[in-house]
Design a protein around this ligand. Structure first.
Ligand code: CP
Length: 308
């Protein structure tokens, strides 16, 4: 029987290519399930999952909760803003209190890079990283690659450019690991100030001219500028950023081919992407969201099967 090489999903960095293939094949099955009239399976009926979110989220949180409910797991939700964290409780105390209520699996989003890794060493439960600061967002990268595979047939050999705030983006790092593992060619594009030094050591190339990057690629994954993680200005103004690194329909129409547009959300319409691009046939943004549920069902199922 195939199983994951890991007991936690802490980052794509810890996966191998076989893990990704297994997750995608399992997601194919669950995607078929969630398109049936009865969308629920009893697979995780005896499993309890806690979603603990120390940072805001719309897509990831709803997607995990829906995935858990489609698998018939018991689900508890925790938001730091309404919890005893505000009274000074530590992360480990918080999680150990939740675990003493017999929780099997913890899905956690946290602003600190490495929070999931730290937790996995201190508590007895399988941990899924739902985004840890600017470090990794593994399920986002899995659903992104899965969506590329669905749209273009394969990820291997495809030219993918990730555009925008690479420096503060956990989506960029997880995507780079996932895409390289599957044999894609990867470029990053953005203002020099928002591209980490030595990023080439991850096997990607850097392009600061957006038109050139778009002419090269099959897929452009557009990222939001993460103002909430910036304590200084990285570019002169939003207007200048949009002029140099924003994608609009006129720019796409001037290319001699049709490329696929992706975005992990949330979108800042009119900044990194215009509405006529986000809502166009070239955009697979809502397919990414749809695929997120099947991918998260697959991840939860495969991790839960290792703890039973
Ligand atoms: N893509 C993503 O992580 O979105 P949320 O922050 O809304 O979960």
């Amino acid at each position: 029987m195939s199983e994951l090489s890991v007991n936690h999903l802490l980052g794509i960095k810890y996966l191998n290519k076989k893990d990704i293939t297994l997750i995608f094949e399992t997601a194919d099955h669950f995607k078929e399930v969630i398109n049936r009239s009865i969308k629920k399976v009893p697979t995780l009926r005896d499993t309890t999952i806690a979603n603990i979110f120390f940072e805001n989220s719309t897509r990831t949180r709803l997607s995990f909760e829906l995935a858990e409910k489609r698998l018939s797991a018991d689900v508890v939700n925790f938001s730091a803003g309404q919890s005893s964290v505000k009274k000074g409780e530590t992360l480990i105390d918080t999680v150990n209190n939740i675990l003493s209520m017999k929780v099997d699996l913890v899905v956690m989003r946290h602003p600190n890079p490495g929070a999931g890794i730290f937790l996995s060493k201190h508590v007895k439960a399988a941990i899924v990283n739902a985004g840890d600061g600017a470090h990794e967002h593994p399920t986002q990268a899995l659903l992104d690659s899965y969506s590329i595979r669905e749209k273009l047939g394969d990820v291997a050999g495809k030219n993918i450019v990730i555009v925008g705030d690479i420096l503060h983006s956990r989506v960029a790092l997880s995507n780079i690991f996932a895409l390289k593992l599957q044999g894609a060619n990867v470029k990053v594009c953005g203002p020099k100030t928002l591209i980490p030094k030595h990023i080439e050591s991850l096997g990607v190339s850097v392009e600061t001219n957006l038109r050139k990057a778009l002419e090269w690629c099959d897929v452009a994954n557009m990222l939001r500028v993460q103002h909430e993680r910036m304590d200084i200005s990285y570019f002169p103004s939003i207007r200048e950023y949009t002029q140099q690194f924003g994608v609009n329909k006129q720019l796409l129409n001037s290319l001699d081919k049709e490329i696929v547009i992706m975005h992990p959300g949330p979108i800042n319409r009119g900044v990194e992407i215009t509405s006529d691009v986000a809502d166009s046939d070239q955009s697979i943004i809502l397919h990414q969201v749809e695929n997120g549920v099947a991918i998260r069902m697959a991840v939860l199922y495969l991790l839960a099967s290792k703890i039973q």
